[in-house]
Design a protein around this ligand. Structure first.
Ligand code: SF4
Ligand code: SF4
Length: 320
């Protein structure tokens, strides 16, 4: 797999600085029950990297030390980490808001039937990937059978109260484009998703997050292999909007890898670009001792993916 990192490091993307820290985003490991073409983590069923319980405990101490109120869990499939339930239970007992970036097909895997009920019991915000409302497109991007498994999992989440008015159980869906294009308008697509999923499958949800594909890892390699890398980068740069800079997620979040090392965001984590533009590799242990993370942020050409058009972050469009 060809790596786009050497093409991204030399950039004219503006310097940005962190201004607050309200979220710890923990990557619990690269193990996933499926292997999507666009995956910027290159996750899949054969990956062995998983966060251990000591590192999770350290993350909870750091959250307490810096009054961080939100834990954003990602992967891979976070629920496949054997300590997932321990971590969620501990964080909720500290009254932290917990978000689970859920690939809903995990709920249809043998041995993971507990996922929906567990999330509901602990009032975890579910952020479920569903890259399209069409079976053909979802299966093309994620593999055969993924659409049907996702739909039935979302129906189960609805039955548990997710997405239902007044339940307090938020169900948000994530869309990303199939290929080398920018996402359409988040508001318009959300309206389409709501109408079609309700009409066809009786599914309700709170919000749709549209996320721009990043030219890194597996998706970056696909762009290079198809000769589309330069055009995609030009698309991102041409759609640059400076007003998105104030809301890029690295200004309020620190990303933690499965070993406890720190990055400015999940994308930088995957590229191995350490937190704060430093040569050193800061770790959770350093945050436990420090007054806060460094203010500097490591930027690269991929950052244009966050500022293009309506903007993009783990919570969808920046101008929403
Ligand atoms: S479900 Fe998510 S983590 Fe798993 S391979 Fe697909 S994009 Fe990657
Ligand atoms: S890619 Fe990461 S570092 Fe760059 S702007 Fe986006 S969130 Fe910030």
């Amino acid at each position: 797999m060809r790596d786009t990192l050497p093409l991204l490091v030399d950039t004219d993307f503006p310097r940005i600085r962190r201004d607050r820290l309200d979220t710890l985003q923990l990557n619990l490991g690269y193990l996933c029950n499926i292997a999507c073409v666009h995956c910027h983590v290159a996750a899949g069923p054969t990956r062995k990297e998983l966060m251990d319980r000591d590192t999770m405990g350290l993350a909870l101490q750091v959250a307490e030390r810096h009054a961080i109120r939100t834990l954003d869990l990602t992967g891979g499939s976070p629920e496949m980490n054997p300590h997932f339930r321990w971590l969620v239970t501990e964080a909720r007992s500290r009254d932290m808001h917990v978000m689970d970036r859920l690939n809903p097909t995990i709920m249809r895997e043998p041995g993971y039937e507990w996922v929906g009920a567990f999330l509901a019991e602990h009032q975890v915000e579910a952020i479920a990937s569903l890259p399209c409302y069409s079976k053909e497109n979802v299966d093309a991007q994620r593999g055969n059978g993924v659409f049907e498994a996702s739909i039935s999992a979302l129906q189960e989440l609805n039955t548990l109260g997710y997405g239902q008015p007044g339940s307090g159980l938020a169900l948000n869906l994530v869309y990303n484009p199939l290929g080398a294009s920018l996402p359409p308008s988040q508001a318009a697509l959300e309206a389409d998703y709501k109408r079609l999923l309700a009409d066809e499958f009786g599914i309700v949800f709170n919000a749709l997050f549209t996320i721009t594909n990043m030219p890194i890892k597996r998706f970056g390699a696909v762009l290079l292999a198809k000769g589309q890398y330069e055009d995609y980068m030009a698309l991102l740069r041409d759609a640059y909007r400076a007003e998105n800079l104030k809301n890029v997620m690295c200004r309020s979040l620190v990303s933690v890898d499965y070993q406890g090392y720190l990055y400015d965001c999940d994308f930088n984590q995957m590229l191995g670009m350490p937190l704060g533009g430093t040569e050193a590799r800061p770790h959770l242990r350093n945050l436990l001792e420090a007054d806060g993370p460094p203010r500097g942020i490591s930027v690269g050409g991929h950052c244009y993916g966050c500022t293009a058009g309506q903007g993009s972050c783990c919570g969808g469009a920046l101008d929403a």
